[in-house]
Design a protein around this ligand. Sequence first.
Ligand code: FAQ
Length: 311
Amino acid sequence: DESALERHFEATIAADNRLEPRDWLPEGYRKTMIRQIAQHAHSEIIGMQPEGNWITRAPSLRRKAVLLAKVQDEAGHGLYLYSAAETLGADRADLTDRLINGRQKYSSIFNYPTLTFADVGVVGWLVDGAAICNQVPLCRSSYGPYARAMVRICKEESFHQRQGYELLMTMMRGTDAQRDMVQDAVNRWWWPSLMMFGPPDADSPNTAQSMAWKVKRHTNDELRQRFVDMSVPQAEALGVTFPDPDLRWNAERGHHDFGEIDWAEFKQVLKGNGPCNAERVAHRRAAQDDGAWVREAASAHAAKNAGRIGA
Ligand code: FAQ
């Protein structure tokens, strides 16, 4: 009966065990997981665009090969995550429809433009860095297929982060113009990277329930603080500064204090009014339309084969 199933669900979470597709799940938990996994998948797929923009203009064959591999990894992460969402009963085509019709979100960060090749490095360093900070604890998320997907995804994100940092170190050893390019990219990406962690805890409607279900292991503000603390020494080693006059070590707290995030900007980006929202979604929609004939042909082929097996 329902109450025995519910007890099994609660006991699994209390014991820090994983919930699996075969397990009974409360509707709220299922909805939350589909929401988070779908948003995450959409982010990986939309996230291919800002860096993909530079593949044809990478400054060397080596940089082009590395960037191609990275962007291809993001596609893999997206497909992996859509598969995890399918174990919860979601339909992949329906999720894509929701993305291109603006009914499901993807990360705010991918609505900012990549203006120079230094942006490729800064996206690797800060955006993948923030993604790792957020996703390593998700390897212990209570939903098994999601947690296991995170293990592999985090390993690949670590490679992405290192390639970004290595690219920036190379540019910092270059000319003054290259160093200026890196600093300019850092200035533009720092605040949006902090927004990736989501609204402040006090304004985060989902955190309390997701923490209770062990879907999330830390709050948005905890992870944001961790990211600031780990990024400051990396910036020093690189020789760049963050565009925040209030950023300083607080010995009492044992953490860096930092300035107020522009939450009005964050809300605008979530509403669809960021610098690149329209372009990102239009591009994804065009890819979906252009691929329609492939999906139709593949379905027709599968149906024909199924007929043969049946005969
Ligand atoms: N952008 O109550 P909360 C990557 C939404 S990394 C857009 O705090 P929650 C790798 C939130 O969904 C990026 N929307 O929500 C890569 C909710 O809306 P809803 C993807 C945001 O879920 C690197 C509302 O605001 N990573 O792709 C954002 O407890 C380089 C209220 O917020 C993940 O998705 C935002 N920044 O916490 C790829 C990680 N923040 O659904 C290519 C997994 C919040 O109620 C290149 N997700 N919202 O309508 C999570 O950890 C969580 O979902 C949070 C949000 C922390 C993002």
